[in-house]
Design a protein around this ligand. Structure first.
Ligand code: UDP
Ligand code: MG
Length: 151
């Protein structure tokens, strides 16, 4: 766990279509995380197959790739204390029906195949996903708020 920990968060095509980008960004901003990369991208199936390589072979894999390639996504990197685990808590459970109200999926989604957002599940996968989506690198800058967020 570190103040410099980074996680890859993505608003999926349904989240973009439903106008939830601003709300999702606001939650990470308000919590105190620092935005260090952001772009809107309509990903190819090949790129998404790399992102979800661990799930290749699952029965839902073809449908997942089709869904994720159906429109643009918002790709982001957020940095801060325990960013990976806290990001997952903010997203809620994979199945929105099991997500607590107050989480992103628990507030905005019902179906596992339309769960509007992605978040890395471990520091190692976060670093892999950041490299895959932002091969150009992230943006380094000082945020003067940090002294009010961290001890
Ligand atoms: N998914 C699905 N059906 C399932 C399990 C997963 O459609 O039974 C989709 C869902 O969109 C999920 C994504 O595949 O977010 C990746 O699955 P994973 O187990 O990695 O869940 P996540 O890390 O997104 O919570
Ligand atoms: Mg996952």
């Amino acid at each position: 766990m570190s103040v410099q920990e980074r996680t890859y968060i993505m608003v999926k095509p349904d989240g973009v279509q439903r106008g939830l980008v601003g709300n999702i960004i606001s939650r990470f901003e308000q919590r105190g995380f620092k935005l260090i990369a952001l772009k809107l991208v309509h990903a190819t199936p090949e790129h998404l197959e790399k992102h979800y390589a661990d799930l290749k072979g699952k029965p839902f894999f073809p449908g997942l790739i089709k869904y994720m390639a159906s429109g643009p996504v918002v790709a982001m990197v957020w940095q801060g204390l325990d960013a990976v685990k806290t990001g997952r808590v903010m997203l809620g459970a994979t199945n929105p029906l099991a997500s607590a109200p107050g989480t992103i999926r628990g507030d905005f989604a019902l179906a596992v195949g339309r769960n509007i957002c992605h978040g890395s599940d471990a520091v190692e996968s976060a670093e892999k996903e950041i490299q895959l989506w932002f091969p150009e690198g992230v943006v380094q800058y000082t945020n003067d708020n940090e002294k009010w967020i961290f001890e």
